[in-house]
Design a protein around this ligand. Structure first.
Ligand code: C2E
Ligand code: MG
Ligand code: MG
Ligand code: MG
Length: 273
């Protein structure tokens, strides 16, 4: 049929495009296998309360074990193929079950942040799914945070904002991730239903030594005028820490404090009564 011949017009690709095309199909198949065979797992990275130096929450970061792939190698393909919906449900379920597990074993729980892509926000069942998973496992919504990027505004922005507000109404905290990359219009902050911004590592790297760090601190100040908390990501060394300590940001995250950890190691960051 005409439809099939269209699909098979490989002559329009050059060799590198064909390679890329095959690579995408290979990764798509790996994602399907990983979903079927439980080759995904979560690492938990501590996020530090700057005022106390203590871990206040974790960020859940997905990993593929078989073969070992990092999110940057498969998340964008998962988004394009729609497989991100299944991945996202798996992550939400896994994280809420982990909280339940810690709870049953007597640990004092700390919130866990889950990254969600725009397609997941647009998925009509997300809010119900979150709500039911929390209920089934008897976990308070305040123990879940979600991290989104400004990309949720690119397509279906109005609808996505309504969904985010519904998530917030459940008692779930929302963070705007990767702040400072892309456009990051300050204007977005005035109408997006978010509680926190996470300043991206690249932005922090670029500005921490610029104008005596006053520029970065200016962003922190603006966020605070909107009642938003501020996390600074990718803190890797003591010099940066000593600069940031003098500033007004609320939370810090980075290899200096801890790398993302297997669940057994993350447990060591929790206390029991
Ligand atoms: P992100 O949400 O901005 O996560 C922060 C990334 O920075 C993570 O990379 C983390 O391991 C890394 N990181 C943390 N501290 C440091 C540091 O001090 N130095 C450096 N160089 N890097 C640091 P990771 O785990 O490779 O994840 C990359 C991105 O993949 C995430 O960026 C997020 O956008 C996406 N992602 C990860 N897990 C998920 C998921 O479950 N679902 C979705 N939709 N996206 C995910
Ligand atoms: Mg994140
Ligand atoms: Mg981030
Ligand atoms: Mg990032």
């Amino acid at each position: 049929s005409a439809k099939n011949s269209g699909k098979n017009k490989f002559s329009i690709f050059d060799e590198s495009m064909l390679f890329e095309f095959n690579e995408k199909i290979r990764i798509e198949q790996l994602i399907r296998s990983a979903l079927d065979n439980e080759w995904f797992f979560i690492e938990y990275q501590p996020i530090i309360d700057k005022s106390t130096g203590e871990t206040s929450s974790f960020e859940a970061l997905i990993r593929m074990s078989e073969p070992k792939l990092m999110p940057n190698q498969f998340i964008s393909i998962a988004e394009r193929t729609g497989l991100i919906i299944q991945i996202g449900r798996w992550v939400i379920k896994e994280v809420i079950e982990q909280l339940k597990n810690w709870k049953i074993n007597g640990y004092n729980l700390k919130p866990i942040a889950v990254n969600l892509s725009p397609k997941q926000i647009y998925d009509g069942n997300l809010v119900e799914f979150l709500e039911s998973q929390l209920k089934i496992n008897n976990i308070d919504p305040s123990l879940i945070e979600i991290e989104i990027t400004e990309n949720v505004l690119i397509e279906n922005g109005d609808s996505n904002i309504v969904t985010l507000q519904r998530i917030k109404d459940l008692g779930i905290t929302i963070s705007l991730d990767d702040f400072g990359t892309n456009y990051s219009s300050l204007n977005y902050l005035t109408y997006m239903p978010v509680d926190k911004i996470k300043i991206d590592k690249n932005f922090k790297d670029k500005f921490i030594n610029f104008k005596n760090n006053q520029f970065l601190e200016g962003i922190v100040f603006l966020a605070h005028t909107l009642n938003l908390k501020v996390v600074i990501e990718g803190v890797e060394d003591e010099d940066e820490y000593s600069i940031l300590k003098k500033g007004e940001s609320d939370f810090l995250q980075g290899y200096l404090f801890s790398r993302p950890l297997k669940k057994e190691d993350a447990t060591k960051f929790l206390t029991k009564n």
